[in-house]
Design a protein around this ligand. Structure first.
Ligand SMILES: NC(=O)c1ccc[n+]([C@@H]2O[C@H](COP(=O)([O-])OP(=O)(O)OC[C@H]3O[C@@H](n4cnc5c(N)ncnc54)[C@H](O)[C@@H]3O)[C@@H](O)[C@H]2O)c1
Length: 433
């Protein structure tokens, strides 16, 4: 199949490269010509494990190409994917659909003959109808089937998630699209990945319901962690004790500094907005948003308390700035709340992240160090904010030797309290004695 992918970001680039690897001929399009130019030189615009090799191979074998000019790729495509951003609209929490609408208009002017237009971006229920209407406005005689095909990949394991998903969700109201969607995902049917075909609105809702549920689960265990700290108890053992119950499941039960990233925060906000507007308010989702926002802000207070309440003149080393490991994505990362609050309270913050280079621009008052030991140098506290693997196996004697005071605040619970204490550290973690 000939595929055009509008938007070559985390989702568009990974999906495009994986569809090419399935054997389709894919052109990835982006209006950011700098990004396209770098991709044409083989330079990845994002950090995602395995992506450079996947892209290089599919380009070399002639199935994957890049362009800033949509016309070359859209005309004659069997399927045109829209994978542009849908950030929170500033101020009100609704999903900003301006990029999706603009892409739909552009595509409408270019399609030629029957074309399946697939929304991969996460969009509120009813957006498929809007896209269809917009396209007909541009060209009343257009022959398109607009399909919803939400993406569930996780940054950091995006390729594996795309190629071996738990399920593929397809929402369609035009039966002609069914065969095209089956053909696009045919390699997955060989390993029996379930494909759930629903109407378009249901599919749009599935994506938000999934993300809101996961965000709620994280927030639930974070509240259990707070309770453990007050009444005594170990949140990791509580999580294990409940997670082995198959009705609950062990995933997304790791207490931490609150969720961030490019999806959960904006998607919970957008769902809460949709639900309130439809007079079916989702109180659990609203509470999740509120509890999580408060939590991210409270983390600086936790660090401050561990340092005795006064940060004036204190040096704080921070390990990890991205919203999770194995990505360079800084969108709504807890570090963006925690670091400025520490600096405002008088601390000097020196941080290291293996990939979060954008952090230097986003947090200009923070010092960016070249490695974990450099971040620990002369520090009064070392804070673990993102659980990159390389922080799990630090040379603790070297860390201790570098620090002014051996205090570790582990907001990801990656170390064992007894181990750190036996090595002479004061150790504070989340929801554990
Ligand atoms: N990042 C994730 O982990 C993830 C996972 C699942 C779903 N999603 C959803 O996928 C969508 C895309 O997310 P992302 O993280 O890939 O965003 P992103 O910001 O990384 O990428 C979007 C890209 O689209 C480009 N773009 C915007 N308008 C365009 C246009 N008219 N023509 C061509 N290019 C255009 C931008 O330049 C940008 O490169 C969002 O709706 C998001 O919610 C993201």
């Amino acid at each position: 199949m000939r595929v055009a992918m509008i938007g070559t970001g985390y989702v568009g680039l990974v999906s495009g490269a994986c569809f090419a690897d399935f054997g389709h001929v894919v052109t990835c399009i982006d209006k950011d010509s700098g990004k396209i130019e770098r991709l044409m030189r083989g330079v990845m615009p994002i950090y995602e494990p395995g992506l450079d090799e996947l892209v290089e191979r599919n380009v070399r074998e002639g199935r994957l190409s890049f362009t800033a000019d949509a016309s070359q790729a859209v005309t004659g495509a069997d399927a045109v994917f829209i994978a542009v951003g849908t950030p929170s609209r500033r101020g009100d929490g609704y999903a900003d659909l301006s990029f999706v609408h603009a892409a739909a208009r552009e595509v409408a002017a270019l399609v030629d003959g029957f074309t399946v237009v697939v929304t991969k971006s996460t969009v509120p229920v009813g957006t498929g109808d809007e896209i269809e209407a917009l396209m007909r406005e541009v060209d009343p005689s257009i022959d398109v089937a607009v399909v919803s095909n939400p993406e569930f990949l996780r940054e950091g394991s995006a390729i594996e998630d795309f190629k071996r998903p738990d399920r593929v969700v397809v929402g369609l109201d035009d039966e002609r699209a069914r065969a095209v969607m089956h053909e696009l995902y045919r390699p997955l049917s060989l390993n029996e990945t379930p494909m759930i075909v629903t109407d378009r609105r249901t599919s749009e809702l599935i994506k938000y319901a999934a993300n809101a549920y996961l965000a709620m689960k994280v927030t639930f265990i974070n509240e259990v962690a707070d309770l453990c700290e007050k009444v005594g108890g170990d949140v990791q053992q509580v999580a294990r004790g409940i997670g082995l119950d198959k009705r609950i499941g062990a995933k997304f039960l790791h207490a931490g500094p609150g969720f961030g990233g490019s999806c959960f925060p904006k998607d919970t906000r957008a769902l809460a907005r949709t639900a309130a507007d439809a007079q079916a308010p989702m109180k659990l989702v609203e509470a999740t948003i509120e509890v999580n926002d408060r939590r991210k802000q409270a983390m600086a207070g936790k660090i401050m308390a561990a340092l005795g309440g006064d940060l004036t003149g204190k040096v704080i080393g921070v390990l990890g700035l991205t919203f999770k490991p194995n990505t360079d994505d800084m969108r709504e990362a807890p570090s963006l709340d925690v670091v400025p609050a520490l600096i405002a309270a008088g601390a000097t913050v020196q941080a290291f992240d293996p990939e979060g280079r954008e952090a230097q621009q986003l947090l200009p008052d923070m010092q960016f160090k070249s490695g974990p030991y450099q971040a620990a140098q002369g520090a009064d506290a070392l804070v673990i904010l993102t659980e990159w693997d390389q922080f799990r196996a630090l040379d603790l004697d070297r860390v201790k030797g570098a620090m002014r005071t051996p205090l570790v605040v582990d907001l990801r619970n990656i170390y064992l309290p007894q181990e750190l204490r036996a090595r002479g550290f004061t150790y504070v973690s989340v929801g554990r004695p």
